[in-house]
Design a protein. Structure first.
Length: 136
């Protein structure tokens, strides 16, 4: 995680868009209800912007039948698979800053305040919403 501190400082701010920034959702570890809570929200988010991706950075692929059963169009959801927490953090930052996603969902683990700030700045730079899933 040491290299993450050397990221450039982004100064952009959202242009009157309340859907830009970082939101953290804390879920119970191993709770079977987590999917039934998250996936309807993802289905809703998939329908929000037809010009940009909903990107979900995961350690394992999410099966298309599961996504479809919750009303998620797999063609509107870009999945990126990262097994390593450091790699997931970098990929999340990059996906937020690129601006080709309206929302980026990731579970990079417990973040320091500095890491949260970098992700939030990347979200502002990319006019994007970060949804960080954390488990406890």
């Amino acid at each position: 995680m040491n290299n993450f501190q050397s990221l450039p400082h982004v100064h952009n701010t959202p242009a009157n868009n309340s859907n830009v920034g970082l939101t953290e959702l804390v879920l119970a570890q191993g709770a079977s209800s987590s999917w039934s809570m998250i996936l309807p929200m993802v289905a809703h988010l998939c329908r929000q912007d037809s010009q940009r991706w909903l990107t979900w950075i995961t350690s394992e692929p999410l099966p298309a039948p599961l996504l479809i059963s919750f009303g998620i169009d797999p063609l509107r959801l870009r999945q990126i698979h990262c097994r390593d927490a450091d790699q997931q953090l970098w990929v999340t930052w990059d996906a937020l800053e690129m601006g080709n996603s309206h929302t980026v969902i990731a579970s990079p683990g417990l973040l320091s305040q500095g890491q949260e700030r970098y992700l939030e700045q990347a979200a502002y730079a990319g006019n994007c919403q970060a949804l960080i899933l954390r488990y406890r």
